[in-house]
Design a protein around this ligand. Sequence first.
Ligand code: ZN
Ligand code: ZN
Length: 572
Amino acid sequence: MDLNTLRHSASHILAAAVQELYPGARLGIGPAIEDGFYYDFDIPNVTLTSEDLPRIEEKMREIVKKNEPFERQELKKEEALKLFEKENEKFKVELIKDIPDEKVSIYKTGKFTDLCRGPHIGSTGEIKAFKLLTVAGAYWRGVESNPMLTRIYGTAFPTEEELKTHITKLEEALKRDHRKLGRELDLFNIYHEEAGPGLVYYHPRGARLRLLIEDFLRKEHLLRGYQFVMIPHIARGSLWNTSGHSGYYRENMYYLEIDKQEYVLKPMNCPGHILIYKNKLHSYRDLPVRFFELGTVYRYERSGVLHGLLRVRGFTQDDAHIFCTPEQLQEEISKVIDFAFEMLKTFGFEWEVDLSTRPEKYAGAEENWKHATDALVEALKQKGIEYKVDEGAGVFYGPKIDVKMKDALGRPWQGPTIQVDFNLPERFDLNYIAEDGSKKRPVMIHRVVLGSMERFLGALIENYGGAFPLWIAPVQVMILPIADRHAAYAQTVADQLLSQDIRVETDNRREKINLKIREAQMQKIPYMLIVGDKEEQQKAVAVRSRSEGDLGISDLNTFLEKLKKECYNKSG
Ligand SMILES: [Zn+2]
Ligand SMILES: [Zn+2]
């Protein structure tokens, strides 16, 4: 049985159940989606919550039990209009008016009627395993000026067993939700009413996590011949005219007026890096020039699409622009691929690779496109990397490689991108002096390895379920004195660890030791050091690991050795 047909049929049953329970409920739409289905309703004077779902499920089960057939009927458009107008189904009426055909089809199950193209299963009894999941608000047709409807999400599977596996996976995903963990581990706040939506505030532990990753990134970039640059956050509108962004990216840009002139809050770092490249004459001997910056950009996103750390209005990219000769292109791409994969491996991700080729509308000469695409393909082939071709999905100025990261639950996340660009070097009239003394045009590669730091942190939190490996754990060691009299010794231990660059905190509260352990465990701190009379006498610590539990008494130096080894190996 087709899963989409099954799920869409379940959505009809959901709608039938809701209309039986809430006779005033008006229907929106109810499609099958990836992993399930939903149905939108307008229910006057009723606010549904997840507590209402069991009752609706119960009603659905009754309908399933009746084993009512799905009956298809074709109607003339006017007939259908009359039918739904009579039922006061204003959203359906709106939909019918938009259908260009003369005839429309409806499906009936028992007393329930829905405007629907189909197909459907034979009868309601074929639904064997379903569950309602959540209730959310959704604007009619996704337009913010339209009424807000109530959306009920659910899922259905051919068997109970498949449904159970799916629910377990959903529960695991929910536990790892980065917004929930961000709150519980006190890493960041994504929404301050006073500041506006989609802007991230990093709390001390979140900032520390990000800085640790950034320090690591800077070191890795230096090792690979990148140079650091820094640019301001605003620039004159004219710069964005030259780059072309004011034309095709205008809706996403924030404009300011300074001294009666138009300025732009940068949505991208490229033009800034280009200005630095242009500042001096380059010889072929200097190339490739690789400029790197953790560059913060601001892009307008509709408030409806903002989501945790994944879709925000201000974020920082680990952005680099490589200026090279056409001959160097393939080798540079190859190096970026190696770099990207090494980073993903370090953070525990697997990956899939997509190659996006020339879209219908494009800028630049065809031969450039061919050269760039060949360079990307060759680099992938030489490494024996499997990839999928996404025909026509490149940006208008060049082809690109997109790497999808896959986390511990096998879910995909947007990862590194490598983009070849012939357009901006042209627009900004970039040059280098070739070996024969002539002026030539360099090629540009735009690339991010982790992408947006915000989105990457979101993915990282969910990948590790908040239990970060020791080398990036914001707090590596929590010292837990058993009683007040152990505070001084706890301080000596903390000082010694601090002097060895270990990130350590002490829980000096007058609480029972078991509670302190439990809370440190919930905070997913890799190591707890418990200090009491015995430990103080022996000048030692009792070590507890978040993953292995009690590790017994250890002298501090042995423990330190263990920590350092684990950090060095980036394990734990
Ligand atoms: Zn249908
Ligand atoms: Zn760029």
